[in-house]
Design a protein around this ligand. Structure first.
Ligand code: KIV
Length: 264
């Protein structure tokens, strides 16, 4: 099984880390079997599963519930990280510890992720003191959508470097760089000792993360940085149409899908 010390050691040897988001048990089983290093139960849950416009409405209970489904699907390899929703760690260090501990105690995660740099460095330090491993997340932080006025690529090098160094000093075991100009992500990755995991941050991060629905083509459109490794939306549409055609024509169920004779 993947552990946090193993992740850090792998990145230190120049071995790239793989992370995907996952929200349910069957997806977790598949990702774990595929040897994906980290399953993030992202608050992208709001967008891709709940149909919300932003991640902001996701609640702690919903996030814990989905984290539990995912953790139950992991038996071989993947580390499970729960993503703390907006409003569940900003009020105080005590609030953050109380809520983060639930991911480890009740949901079976090994770590939590939270968004922000300088503004959460004291919170990260408090969680780490409480023995809760923290993945940080800087750059484009979707929970700040209203402060940022949209989802904007982050290009201010000095600021981003400072953010990265602060979350590392606070004790984060890795940091997600989201929507960060490629050369800045490269510099941050060279400067930091902890692994960087990029999404829309170029190829030089220590690892990469993609959202499950984007990677598998379950959504009809995706941002520029996404590579689609399958076109499952079309596969599902075709399957559902074929099922409808068969049922309407009376060709399903046929003999091979029916129980013949007796009452058993
Ligand atoms: O919620 C999420 O899916 C994330 C990833 C994009 C890193 O935070």
């Amino acid at each position: 099984m993947m552990t946090i010390p193993k992740l850090i050691a792998r990145a230190g040897k120049g071995e790239r880390l793989t992370m995907v988001t996952a929200y349910d048990h069957p997806s977790a089983v598949l990702a774990d079997e595929a040897g994906i290093d980290i399953l993030l139960v992202g608050d992208s849950l709001g967008n891709v599963v709940q149909g919300e416009a932003t991640t902001l409405p996701v609640t702690l209970e919903q996030s814990l519930y989905h984290t539990r489904l995912v953790a139950r699907g992991v038996t071989k390899h993947s580390l499970v990280v729960g993503d703390m929703p907006f409003g569940t760690y900003q009020a105080s260090e005590a609030q953050a510890i109380e809520n983060a501990a639930r991911y480890l105690k009740e949901a079976g995660a090994q770590a939590v992720k939270l968004e922000g740099g300088a503004r959460v460095e004291a919170t990260i330090a408090a969680l780490v003191r409480a023995q809760i491993p923290v993945m940080a997340h800087i750059g484009l932080t979707p929970q700040s959508v209203h402060v940022m006025g949209g989802y904007k690529i982050q290009r201010v090098e000095a600021f981003l470097l400072d953010e990265a160094e602060r979350v590392q000093a606070a004790g984060a075991f890795s940091v997600v760089l989201e929507g960060v100009q490629r050369d800045i992500a490269t510099t941050i990755t060279e400067r930091l000792e902890i692994p960087t995991i990029g999404i829309g941050a170029g190829p030089d991060c220590d690892g990469q993360v993609l959202v499950w629905h984007d990677l598998l083509g379950l959504t009809d459109s995706a941002p520029k940085f996404v590579k689609r490794y399958a076109t499952l939306a079309q596969t599902i549409r075709d399957a559902l149409k074929a099922y409808k055609t068969d049922v309407e024509a009376g060709t399903f169920p046929g003999d091979e899908h029916s129980y013949a004779g007796g009452h058993k």
